[in-house]
Design a protein around this ligand. Structure first.
Ligand code: SAM
Length: 395
């Protein structure tokens, strides 16, 4: 190998995440590494990745999930293992040569590390799959349940519908893919395993993002809040409570009843909440029962719905708000006019594929909110450049 190639490889291998300044810079380095790969790979190598590598790598990951291998390996403390020791960790038992073939592939893809013939060490990624608290396993499982099949069906569905942008929540790519014709949330309500996987994926995704309370100053919001009469924050579609817990962490001494979380019955029934959070079943397409809160918060909720449904949800919220007092805080992607990131554009097209919905530009947000009788006061960008807190009030 030429010394120049060796120097390049040594420089790239020396890059360590711990040495990169902060989370924002780490993400910038990650984007640069992806650009690098796009330059270095030939077109055929790039196609090979999509058409040949990804399907079997995913199949290997999911099979090892089904065998309970990642969980057992992490539970026994990780560490280097022989192939035979790994076989012992599986249930049901696996043919050793089957596992060997998967592990060779996973080592070549840097999911595990091959230390010698038939000997493997976990990586932070494989350990995280086995650690339920990370929700990485749930995220992969959600792909098996819903994201892969819908992604596969999308080109077929778009051809069937003459390449019109999908906007119908009840007749779309998901309903076309689902065996019972259910929409995305309909399937989650019907099948607990799907819901558990998606809820976990949501938690992992929300935990990856910048906490909204560091983007928007809730202390300012507390000034002038009348908490004897009404709540401080109502988190609508709040899932298992990560966002409302950020408020609790900032303001642990709020009076009882100040923090409200609303979601569907299945989510509320299966989640554990701090006793200072009032968890409430509420369908956000029905009138908002909690009136006059200082703030109503919607994180990654409106992007799930096409404009007609999003408007209905917003009008229900506006009708509960007190003009001049209540704030609506939406934490969602605001697509920039150019150079939207891979995370933002992936989310946008996943919304098309799963829900006939979309991410929105600043102009689209302004139109949506004004049609619901609301006006935007300010956009507060997060430092990751992924989402913004959109601060609005009754017009
Ligand atoms: C994309 S998740 C966002 C969850 C959370 N806000 C976050 O950012 O982590 C959408 C949430 O809306 C909830 N949801 C869906 N349909 C709903 C409805 N009709 N009424 C109330 N909540 C609903 C889901 O259960 C889910 O928790």
């Amino acid at each position: 190998m030429s010394s120049h190639a060796q120097e390049i490889i040594a420089a790239l291998d020396a890059v360590q995440p711990a040495a990169i300044g902060n989370e924002v810079e780490r993400l910038q380095v990650r984007t640069a590494v992806r650009r690098l790969l796009a330059r270095v790979e030939t077109p055929y190598e790039r196609a090979w990745g999509f058409c040949f590598e990804h399907p079997v790598v995913f199949a290997a990951l999911q099979t090892c999930i089904n065998l309970g291998l990642w969980t057992s390996w992490t539970r026994v403390g990780g560490g280097e293992k022989s192939l035979d020791e790994l076989v012992q960790l599986t249930s049901p038992p696996v043919d050793p040569n089957l596992l060997r073939r998967f592990f060779r592939l996973l080592a070549a893809f840097n999911v595990v590390e091959e230390t010698a013939e038939d000997r493997f060490k976990p990586t932070p990624f494989s350990s995280a799959i086995g650690d339920e608290s990370t929700k990485v396993r749930a995220s992969l499982q959600a792909a098996t349940y819903q994201y892969l099949a819908t992604g596969h069906n999308l080109p077929v569905y778009l051809a069937k519908t003459s390449y019109q942008e999908p906007t119908d929540m009840d007749l779309n790519n998901h309903t076309d893919t689902d065996p019972d014709g259910l929409n995305f949330f309909g399937r989650l309500q019907k099948t607990p395993a799907y819901r558990e996987a998606f809820t976990g994926h949501m938690e992992a995704w929300t935990a990856w993002k910048t906490p909204w309370t560091t983007v928007y100053d809730t202390t300012e919001l507390l000034n002038g809040a009348q908490l004897d009469a009404s709540p401080f924050v109502v988190d609508i579609g709040g899932n298992t409570g990560i966002d409302i817990s950020h408020v609790l962490a900032q303001h642990p001494d709020l009076p009882a009843g100040s923090l409200v979380l609303q979601d569907l019955p299945e989510v509320i029934a299966t989640s554990q909440f701090d006793k200072r959070i009032t968890a409430m079943v509420h369908d956000f397409f029905l009138p908002q029962p909690v009136k006059g809160s200082r703030a109503y918060f919607l994180h990654a909720v409106l992007h799930d719905w096409p404009d007609d449904k999003a408007t209905q949800l917003l009008v229900n919220t506006k009708d509960a708000m007190v003009k001049g007092y209540s704030k609506l805080l939406i934490y969602d992607i605001v697509l920039p006019p150019t150079r939207a990131s891979l995370s933002q554009t992936t989310m946008d097209v996943q919304m098309m594929s799963l829900l006939a919905a979309s991410e929105r530009t600043q102009e689209a947000w302004e139109t949506l909110l004004s049609q619901a009788g609301l006006k935007i006061l300010r956009f507060w960008p997060d430092p990751q450049e992924y989402e913004m807190v959109i601060e609005a009030e009754v017009a």
